[in-house]
Design a protein around this ligand. Structure first.
Ligand code: ADP
Ligand code: MG
Length: 549
């Protein structure tokens, strides 16, 4: 019944493996966190599937994770009795990298020359199972899908190919056997056959895993982790390190989060939320198949990843967990979208995220907010179009480049505080780059009067400025559109004086322009082109054309 095959890794996977084998990543211990994280996910999935599918022939009696070390053979094994994988699963999940943004990541990595920067990039990408190859020169994976009779044996040295075959009599779930690199044998730091070392690593990175992680030494089996769901513990008991490690598990990120947000609701509808703002944007933030990052639990039982009902699209980068006490374990995505309680949770989460960012903004140390805005600002601004209820709260946390200080972005509040006497509007100019905006003749008169102009260069800016009426009763007004007149209007005499020229220009340019007008908006340039108040701007026009409209 066995049909052993040697298959090639998909090319992205091969490149990632090369990276891991010749690893420049300094913290090798993280491989264990990845394996335990996968084992925990596999147990979550099995519990849920067994609950939903009563026909499933699965053993759910003693769900746990086991770690074994063998100093003699120099192996380390991580075993779970979770959902397991079929042969096709193994080929698809282990033989390829399905993560969107992988190609971009590899490209960036190739272009990155210094090693600290490439480590940072690897950390951002988060390399799961393949992290095994930081410490092992051969990995054997044995697995059987719950409910199936057919076991699978997979083995690879990480060098481009793997073997896969069907084997009988495997226990349900997955074992990953690492054949540890001989060159690490002498190094205490990398002694992954030492039970003490393994316990330390588990404590440090995986303590919050809610399944027992067991180790056997001699006759005695102990559970190494405390198993408490972090979000159910009182926040004063949980250390920042614990939150950070939990974040890495839920977000599949290797770096610390920028901010941790906790929320607890008691009473008739009880729930806990533990949310994180990541320190960097995922590579797929603007890709079509992007996902939302919050997991749903019901009474500590994992229900689903990427729960879109809990976070609006524009906050898709928020990661974390929501544990609701009163939902049915049978809820589906469709039901959730309609569920009143979920809608209430979502409203509260959104407000909490926005207010957290506002607090970050008020902090003396601008680093956190600035990082947040640099990474996620473009996504957040989508909320100005989508989320009417929170429009003001979103405007409050926005910042924009402006002519006030080329080095420093401004909030709208700061802009309004600086407005000159007699200035009625919040002026802005959209364009492709700061430079093209600064060179624009449209700015001249505004600068001459000392009026500040927001410099908007994101494509999304073109859209929200049309949709959002204003901020603190001040309207947004493009300096490139319509008859923006600054108080010193042209006089009748001037109109008279130039009427001949204007008529001549209008006739000569009739193919190119609608109208030629005398204006006070220029100081040094002789002429400029303006759009009608309701025209689409050149950038938008380009966007529409690119979208084929
Ligand atoms: P990620 O966990 O971010 O999806 P990994 O590289 O860690 O990426 O794992 C890839 C996939 O392989 C997982 O999503 C999962 O479907 C599968 N997998 C890995 N380990 C296990 C396991 N112990 N049991 C079942 N499936 C697993
Ligand atoms: Mg993983």
């Amino acid at each position: 019944t066995t049909s052993a095959e040697t298959l090639e890794f998909q090319s992205e996977a091969r490149q990632l493996l090369q990276l891991m084998i010749h690893s420049i990543y300094s913290n090798k211990d993280t491989f264990l966190r990845e394996l335990v994280s996968n084992a925990s996910d596999a147990l979550d999935k099995l519990r849920l599937e067994a609950f939903r599918d009563k026909e499933l022939q699965a053993d759910t009696d003693d769900l746990h994770i086991e770690i074994d070390t063998d100093p003699e053979k120099r192996t380390l094994t991580v075993r779970d009795n979770g959902i397991g994988m079929s042969r096709d699963d193994v080929v698809a999940l282990i033989g390829t990298i399905a993560k969107s943004g992988t190609a971009e990541f590899l490209k960036k990595l190739k272009e990155t020359k210094d090693s600290a920067a490439s480590q940072d990039l690897i950390g951002q990408f988060g390399i799961g199972f393949y992290a095994s190859f930081m410490v092992a020169d051969k990995v054997t994976l044995l697995t059987r899908r719950a409910g199936s009779d057919e076991g699978v044996r997979w083995e690879s040295e990480g060098e481009g190919t793997y073997t896969i075959e069907t084997v009988p009599d495997l226990p349900q779930g997955t074992s990953v056997v690492l054949h540890l690199k001989p060159e690490d044998a002498e190094d205490q730091l990398f002694d992954y056959t030492s039970a003490t070392k393994i316990k330390q690593i588990v404590k440090k990175y995986s303590d919050f895993i809610t399944w027992p992680i067991r180790m056997t030494e001699g006759e005695e089996t102990t559970t190494v982790n405390s198993m408490k769901a972090l979000w159910a513990r009182s926040s004063s008991d949980v250390t920042e390190d614990e939150y950070n490690e939990f974040y890495k598990h839920v977000a599949h990120d290797w770096n610390d989060p920028l901010e941790t947000i906790r929320l607890q609701a008691e009473g008739t509808f009880e729930y806990q939320a533990l949310l994180f703002l990541p320190g960097h944007a995922p590579l797929d933030l603007f890709m079509r198949e992007r996902k939302r990052g919050v997991q749903l639990y019901v009474k500590r039982v994992f229900i689903m990843d990427d729960c879109e009902a809990l976070m609006p699209e524009y906050l898709r980068f928020v990661k974390g967990v929501v544990d609701a006490q009163d939902l049915s374990l049978n809820v589906s995505r469709e039901i959730l979208q309609q569920d009143r309680q979920i809608q209430l949770i979502r409203r509260r989460l959104v407000k909490k995220v926005l207010s957290t960012v506002k607090t970050m903004m008020a902090d003396e140390n601008p680093y956190k907010y600035e990082t947040f805005w640099k990474e996620f600002g473009r996504a957040v601004k989508e909320g100005l179009l989508d989320d009417h209820e929170n429009r003001t709260a979103i405007l409050d946390i926005c910042s924009f480049a402006s002519t006030n200080d080329p080095e420093k972005a401004t909030s709208l509040r700061e802009y309004v505080e600086r407005m000159k006497d007699g200035q009625e509007h919040i002026y802005y100019l959209t364009g492709e780059s700061r430079q093209s905006i600064e060179n624009s003749p449209h700015l001249e008169a505004f600068q001459a009067k000392g009026y500040e102009v927001l410099v908007l260069t994101d494509p999304i800016d073109e859209m929200w400025v049309d949709a959002v009426a204003g901020y603190e009763e001040k309207q947004f007004q493009s300096v490139a559109k319509g008859e923006v007149e600054l108080d010193s209007d042209t006089t009748d005499e001037q109109k008279e004086e130039f009427s001949g020229l204007l008529t001549w220009l209008t006739t000569t340019l009739s193919e190119q322009v609608k109208e030629v007008r005398l204006s006070s908006r220029l100081t040094t340039s002789p002429a400029c082109i303006v759009g009608d108040t309701n025209d689409v701007t050149p950038t938008l026009e380009k966007m529409y054309r690119a979208m084929g409209q």
